[in-house]
Design a protein around this ligand. Sequence first.
Ligand SMILES: Nc1ncnc2c1ncn2[C@@H]1O[C@H](COP(=O)(O)OP(=O)(O)OP(=O)(O)O)[C@@H](O)[C@H]1O
Length: 257
Amino acid sequence: MAHAVAGGATAICRCPHDPGRAALVSRPRHRLQVLASSIPTPAIEGQGVELSVTTRRGRVLPVLKDCSLRVPQGQLWMLLGPNGCGKSTLLKVLAGLLNRSYGTVYINRPCSYVFQNPDHQVVMPTVESDVAFGLGKLNLSLDEVRSRVSQSLASVGMLSYSQRPIQTLSGGQKQRVAIAGALAEASKMGVIKAVRNSVAAGGEVSALWVTHRLEELRYADGAIYMEDGRTIIQGDVSTISRYIKKKQARYFGHFEL
Ligand SMILES: Nc1ncnc2c1ncn2[C@@H]1O[C@H](COP(=O)(O)OP(=O)(O)OP(=O)(O)O)[C@@H](O)[C@H]1O
């Protein structure tokens, strides 16, 4: 289940429209330590992040080679790039689920992650108990727990499934339950608004959303494009959109006879 606490949270969630994707959502709680320019204040920041893994055969494989990004507070940013370029790995590093080899990461804590495989995410027997699971550490009243669970389930269209055993759900439904869990933990309405509207209400919620879908860019304040373990370009949506379309055009043009 996701790891987040009340009062301020960071959550990583899979994009509900694209089951293979994940997103990082953060809600500020502590004053952020800012690396460079402090305007606008970053909610999520990575500088020169590298990560290598050692394969079973003992080969050291660089997965993240040089990743830098900055998501301003109160904004939704998208992380895009080809399959296997390192998007999920970068998110896991930002969430503290993987240790980077080099570089610096600043991010609001605490943090929550929705796994790519929903079977790794849901841990309790019923939908309702699973979504409530992560709230146990928050010292909430029973009414508050119930309210958060219903709101987050409603937000992902799963309220009518509250009492259903998890194992009877489809993969997509499990994913929605996993996202509801992260939403319930992260805040009452703020993150729900962030997920629904892609923009945080009152500048409190920030999100980094991993996707392959260019059409989702319209919900974003900005985007970062990655390739082969590196962040290549970060900027406003139209710039990144143009950049990706140009790349695609070049790629397809390559095959034109
Ligand atoms: N523990 C590991 N051992 C070996 N290779 C790994 C490991 N973790 C990640 N990789 C490799 O690193 C690359 C990046 O993986 P990652 O899942 O971050 O990519 P991605 O951009 O999210 O891909 P996709 O869009 O296809 O989901 C892939 O080639 C993956 O196989």
